[in-house]
Design a protein around this ligand. Structure first.
Ligand code: FES
Ligand code: FES
Length: 134
């Protein structure tokens, strides 16, 4: 692995993948981090048992927005059950650099919104990780 992961994060931040909204999403969900006010909105469309399309919009720090971009690439075209099963470790893995405790809320914002969106669409995470732990 010779990739510079900081550069990778900045690349996703400057040029977010799947940025925008869907005309007719099956579900739309948004939330913000209370401390900083950074925002994230996710639109999902399903086809059969797959997440067929993903778009996100947001405003915030590089980690929160880059993570959303990476997550969107990770889930598009994937079976819903795999997307439901994604957890914090998957997010940390895709980010590829150690995240300080102070920034974990940044890294997990998009995962939280994604899980909430899936729950709104009737696809509950088995051990619903509604944040407030820590
Ligand atoms: Fe608010 Fe990062 S400082 S979540
Ligand atoms: Fe707010 Fe990162 S500083 S999400």
């Amino acid at each position: 692995m010779s990739m510079d992961y900081r550069e990778y994060i900045l690349d996703h931040y400057r040029d977010p993948r799947n940025f925008g909204k869907l005309e007719h999403p099956d579900v739309h969900c948004e939330d913000s981090n209370p401390l900083c006010g950074d925002q994230l909105a996710i639109d999902l469309e399903f086809e059969g048992d797959q997440v067929s399309q993903v778009r996100f919009q947001g405003r915030g720090c590089a980690i929160s927005q880059a993570t959303a971009s990476m997550l969107s690439e990770m889930i598009e075209g994937r079976p819903i059950k795999d997307v439901i099963a994604l957890g914090k470790n998957d997010v940390l893995e895709v980010l590829g650099i150690p995240i300080s405790p102070a920034r974990t809320k940044c890294a997990f914002l998009s995962l939280r919104v994604l899980h909430r969106a899936l729950a709104m669409a009737g696809h509950e995470h088995p051990a619903s990780e509604e944040e407030e732990e820590e």
